[in-house]
Design a protein around this ligand. Structure first.
Ligand code: CP
Length: 308
């Protein structure tokens, strides 16, 4: 289709096409960062929630591939005067945007936009639903480090219930043949997640035992307005990723985290900085994956697969 809304809708072949293209894009990224693949195209980002990595990596991806680029700061835009989401993004489109990248606190906001726009929409995180570009950069990093997905054991640790990153990764990893384990306190990990095909654990030592990949998640304090149960101290004691706990995973296991990290809550600083940590490589791969998505969507638009 014309949009990137979620991993749930993608096939294994779609995922592999994006990962292969991201591998090609990484050569440009670590090379001269100068390409005209997107010359004449326009990319605009609009984020209704804070971001460092995702927003800037889309800007970098667009610019490295030669696109025009614009960004709306929602807090100083006419959104604060009450302009609706649809009126806002249609206004952006009429300035000839080809791709609009959106992050929104409401699940489904990008899907609503996509219906009302001819421009391509990329979901940069919607409420509790999905963060597809994060999962793609995670998958790219896993493939680079491990070389395969079939039978790979991945454990996702922490605040699963509020995590769109977890949801997108559960879909993506399973489609590619990996085994997904989830572990966290029962308040942040309902047993219903088993319906998605993942194994649910409440004991981190058992969950980490023998895995290839340990993926931490940020505790989403902004989505837990009534307080955090367990407390940060309790969380780090019972579910924090430490060097000792990494020792229970396979010898060559890697440690991932989407960022931003609450240091010494989700993971100790020692673990985050250890040689098995690939957290900073995830950031670099985030640019490559976003370059790949912009390239694929703009090529589809050019070949008239998409009607204006
Ligand atoms: N991982 C991630 O989405 O980070 P940002 O919130 O900084 O974009």
């Amino acid at each position: 289709g014309k949009d990137v809304l979620g991993i749930r809708e993608m096939s294994k072949e779609d995922l592999l096409e994006i990962l292969d293209t991201a591998g090609e894009m990484k050569k440009i990224l670590v090379g001269n960062k100068d390409s005209d693949i997107l010359r004449g195209k326009t990319v605009v980002t609009i984020f209704f929630e804070p971001s460092t990595r995702t927003r800037l990596s889309f800007e970098m991806a667009a610019k490295y591939l030669g696109a025009h680029f614009g960004n709306i700061e929602t807090k100083t835009s006419s959104v604060v005067k009450g302009e609706s989401l649809i009126d806002t993004v249609r206004t952006i489109e009429k300035m000839k945007a080809d791709v609009i990248v959106v992050r929104h606190n409401m699940s489904g906001a990008p899907h609503l936009m996509a219906k009302y726009l001819d421009a391509s929409v990329i979901n940069a995180g919607d409420g509790l639903n999905e963060h597809p570009t994060q999962a793609l950069l995670d998958l790219m990093t896993i493939r680079e480090k491990k070389g395969f997905f079939d039978g790979l054991k991945v454990v996702i640790v922490g605040d699963i219930v509020h995590s769109r990153v977890a949801r997108s990764n559960i879909w993506g990893l399973q489609k590619l043949g990996a085994e997904v384990r989830l572990v966290g306190p029962a308040t942040l990990l309902p047993k219903t997640f088993e319906k998605l095909g993942a194994k649910v654990y409440y004991d981190i030592d058992k969950a980490v035992d023998g895995v290839d990949v340990v993926m931490g998640l940020r505790i989403q304090l902004e989505r837990q307005k009534n307080g955090l149960f367990p407390s940060k101290d309790e969380f780090s004691k019972y579910f924090g990723i430490t060097e000792e706990r990494m020792g229970l995973a396979k010898k060559d296991a890697i440690l991932m985290h989407p960022g931003p990290i609450n240091r010494n809550v989700e993971l100790t600083s020692k673990a985050a900085n250890a040689t098995y940590s690939v957290i900073e490589e995830q950031v670099t791969n985030g640019v490559a994956v976003r370059m790949a998505l912009l390239k694929i969507l703009c090529e589809r638009r050019k070949s008239n697969e998409i009607s204006y």
